[in-house]
Design a protein around this ligand. Structure first.
Ligand code: COA
Ligand code: AMP
Length: 635
């Protein structure tokens, strides 16, 4: 029977313990929790603190025990290698328990940290689940990051092991991961004891005797192992995400909170039942991959799709529709940027008309602001509800959505609809006071955050508190600005910090500035995110050169572009850089990044009263002109 959104939301607010205690019954517990929430030490919350469970058991074993063994658990579809594979729950359990045995025989035990650096291959999910099975904490690093970023993560988490593939496959080029891994270990202070390498035939990696082990060889000789009971509050994984500085934040997610929130959200947010086919076209290196490619659908006994390809060019803009038709996908989740890419190549939806999408019921979009054009194009083409929803790596699952599994509310373009039960979203002014409906402010979430939200930053409780809970005591600061209208619809407008979203990938302009500043000819720099018709935003840098530098500006710009690619990775998509004499600043020396961005985006802007020298903004305008902005806007 359909539920009423307002009633469910109210229940979650009035008595979170009763609400999540009930949701927890969906999970398998070795020891059911007698305490639902311990909030004695905010913002360090403990959900189900005395419960004992295991994420891998909830993802696999329980479904085999319940008779789902023959159902597809995971479908691998890889147009870049021409491979299609199906893993039943039974087969996936077998592979995972054997690989978990291999990890154990290589000395990995509960609490050890394992980095996973893999492209979209089934072994990435197998590695994650195998870690969860024996209680090791995994940290997946996205393949588009450079060796240096991998090294930073290996060091921060003090990884005992790295599991990597020999290569990734991008349209038109191979990305050899193994040399990047070797370089990262060279750079890292903490040297992992072992690397397990999945050799892919497209490009095999050179093995380092003693340290490197072959995935397939280990799998052949390993014995399966059982799940290790974990405390609900034990870490399941750490996922690094961009903050304001070059130092990434290691978001820690606990075992019990993940199981309860992801299981509940699969059903209530996405409207997916056990046995349904659900597809999130993202990457295991992002939070969407953790929550909704691997854990969520499997906790829920659904079938998940692991897709190694792109929305266009692998081989055409009809790939997504082919997959939805071929596997009977009911619910599909991707980023608006993917739809913009498809729309650009197939504006009339001609590829779409080739496929039978009769089983397809809804599309969810997230990762960046969904522009109304993309939303209406998608609705027109697909003729199913298109649901924009808002969340973050830190939160782990949607905070704001049109909950398909509760009650479908009217869609308001530009809004990810209303707070999901469990999230008390408020709009606050600089003083922390709530603003009136329709007024923009900082989006904050009143404590307690629901289960499944991050519990701390790895090894850095202090940064956890200072980054998220200091500005507005009693609230989690999201880093997004927006408003809530008089009907309770939330609108997410922009970040309040130096984080930008490039093709749905979260990146830090601060981290890029650190790379630019390290160039020997650069005295000062600023990076801002400017609008881009396809990727939503792209980074654009301005550099001020040291006195006496006489080299050509173009050469220096080309070098800093290359440096960002080498230090952060191709995923940064940093290609635009201009040389200026000075950066626009306030009299107190603060760089006017927001004004620079507005000029680039041809948005209305006011001369800041505190500007030190207005001429500097004219100079920025000239440099932008040379890069084709703002005329290039949208191009
Ligand atoms: N491994 C190695 N390199 C990678 C990579 C990976 N996993 N992912 C991306 N890259 C590289 C790309 O090859 C590209 O390199 P190039 O500069 O040599 O061309 C660069 O990083 C930028 O990649 P991207 O931003 O993805 O741009 P693109 O032009 O290759 O593709 C889209 C554009 C829109 C098709 C693509 O970004 C896309 O599919 N986006 C959807 C993203 C998504 O689903 N996000 C999840 C959030 S829900
Ligand atoms: P990530 O942690 O990579 O998921 O990125 C989270 C950030 O992406 C949020 O803080 C927002 O800035 C942005 N974001 C995600 N989803 C949406 C959305 N539906 N609308 C607007 N911004 C979004």
């Amino acid at each position: 029977m359909a539920e009423n959104y307002d009633e469910v939301y109210l229940a979650s607010q009035e008595n979170p313990r009763a609400f999540w205690g009930e949701a927890a019954k969906l999970a398998h517990w070795y020891k059911a929790p007698s305490t639902i929430l311990d909030d004695a030490n905010p913002p360090f919350l403990q959900w189900f603190p005395d419960g004992e469970t295991n994420a891998c058991y909830n993802a696999l074993d329980r479904h085999v025990a319940d008779g789902r063994g023959e159902q597809d658990a995971l479908i691998y579809d890889s147009p870049v290698t021409g491979t299609k594979l199906r893993f039943s729950y039974h087969e996936l359990l077998k592979r995972v328990s054997i690989f978990a045995g291999a990890l154990r025989s290589e000395g990995i035990a509960k609490g050890d940290r394992v980095i996973i650096y893999m492209p979209m291959v089934p072994e990435a999910a197998i590695a994650m689940l195998a870690c969860a099975r024996i209680g090791a904490v995994h940290s997946v690093v996205f393949g588009g990051f450079a060796a240096n970023e991998l090294a930073v993560r290996i060091d921060d988490i003090e990884a005992k092991m790295v599991i990597a593939a020999s290569c990734g496959i991008e349209p038109g080029r191979l990305v050899p991961y193994k040399p990047l891994l070797d370089e990262a270990i060279e750079l890292a202070n903490n040297k992992p004891q072992t690397c397990i390498v999945l050799q892919r035939e497209q490009s095999r990696g050179e093995m380092q005797p003693g340290r490197d082990k072959c995935w397939h060889e280990l799998e052949t000789v390993a014995n399966p192992v059982d799940c290790v009971p974990m405390l609900s509050t034990d870490p399941l994984y750490v996922l690094y995400t961009s903050g304001t500085t070059g130092e990434p934040k290691g978001v820690v997610r606990d075992v019990g909170g993940s199981i309860v929130s992801l299981n509940w959200s699969m059903q209530k947010v996405y409207g997916v039942a056990p046995g349904d086919v659900f597809w999130a076209a993202s990457d295991v290196g992002w939070v969407v991959g953790h929550s909704y490619i691997v854990y969520g659908p499997l906790f829920n006994g659904a079938t998940t799709i692991l897709f190694e390809g792109k929305p266009v060019g692998t081989p055409d803009p009809g790939t997504y529709w082919r997959i939805i038709a071929e596997y009977g996908v009911k619910v599909f989740f991707t980023a608006p940027t993917a739809f913009r890419a498809i729309k650009k190549e197939d504006p009339k939806g001609e590829y779409l008309s080739k496929y039978d999408l009769s089983k397809f019921e809804s599309l969810f979009l997230a990762g960046e602001r969904c522009d109304p054009d993309t939303l209406s194009w998608a609705m027109e083409q697909l003729q199913v509800p298109v649901i924009d929803h808002w969340w973050q790596t830190e939160l782990g699952w949607p905070a704001c959505a049109n909950c398909r599994g509760i009650e479908l509310l009217p869609v308001v373009p530009g809004s990810p609809t209303k707070p999901v039960p469990g999230f008390d979203i408020r709009v606050l002014d600089d003083q922390g006071e709530e603003v009136v409906a329709g007024e923009i402010g900082a989006l904050a979430i009143k404590l307690p955050l629901p289960p499944g939200s991050f519990t701390t930053l790895w090894g850095n409780d202090e940064r956890f508190v200072s980054s998220y809970f200091k500005t507005f005591p009693g609230y989690y600061e999201t880093g997004d600005a927006g408003f809530i209208d008089e009907n309770g619809y939330v609108f997410v407008m922009a970040r309040t910090d130096d984080v930008i979203n490039v093709a749905g990938h979260r990146l830090s302009t601060g981290a890029m500035e650190e790379v630019l500043a390290a160039h020997p000819d650069v005295a000062e720099c600023a990076v801002v995110g400017v609008a881009d018709a396809m990727k939503g935003q792209v980074p654009l840098g301005f550099v001020v050169l040291n006195d006496g530098v006489e080299r050509a500006d173009a050469d220096i710009c080309a070098e800093v572009v290359q440096l960002v690619r080498e230090k952060i990775g191709p995923v940064a998509a940093f290609r635009l850089c201009g040389v200026v004499k000075r950066l626009p600043k306030t009299r107190s020396g603060k760089i006017l990044r927001a004004t620079m961005r507005k000029i680039a985006d041809a948005e209305a802007w006011k001369m800041p009263a505190t500007i030190d020298d207005p001429i500097t903004l004219d100079e920025i305008g000239e440099a932008l002109g040379a890069l084709g902005y703002p005329a290039k806007l949208g191009g």
